[in-house]
Design a protein around this ligand. Structure first.
Ligand SMILES: O=c1ccn([C@H]2C[C@H](O)[C@@H](CO)O2)c(=O)[nH]1
Ligand SMILES: [Zn+2]
Length: 133
């Protein structure tokens, strides 16, 4: 599946955003190891801190379906430049991304920035860091 198709899936996912508080709608689409697409939107809460971002929703849906490998993820919002994922989401992406995982940050104007987890979260914490020597 190409970049543009996955970004379009993320735009579709964005339509489900539940954002009565911020009205800032975000969509995400994960392409899993078995070439399945999982859509996610941000889901807010009256207790603001319980909000789940779009990219975490999409990743958690994939993992719930035993799809723990991520070939690509697209994230889209109505921003001037490509949307920038929050720190929590960067760490969750790091858990399921690998060096080859394509990360597409996009907006509704057709700007798409292709990046990697190492660029998004240099030196990120992984399970390897818990190994004892
Ligand atoms: O990459 C991002 C950035 C923000 N949000 C959501 C969280 C909240 O609902 C709203 C405003 O922060 O946007 C996402 O879903 N993904
Ligand atoms: Zn986030």
């Amino acid at each position: 599946m190409d970049k543009l198709t996955l970004v379009k899936e993320a735009i579709k996912a964005r339509e489900s955003a539940y954002t009565p508080y911020s009205k800032f709608n975000v969509g995400a689409a994960v392409l899993s190891g078995n070439d399945k697409v999982f859509l996610g939107c941000n889901i807010e809460n009256a207790s603001y801190g319980l909000t789940n971002c779009a990219e975490r929703t999409a990743i958690f849906k994939a993992v719930s379906d035993k799809e723990t490998e991520m070939k690509a993820i697209a994230i889209v919002a109505d921003t001037d430049g490509p949307v920038s994922p929050c720190g929590a989401c960067r760490q969750v992406i790091a858990e399921f991304a690998n060096q080859d995982t394509k990360i597409y940050l996009a907006n509704l104007n057709g700007d798409i920035q292709e990046t990697t987890i190492e660029q998004l979260l240099p030196g990120y914490f992984t399970s390897k860091d818990m190994e004892r020597s």
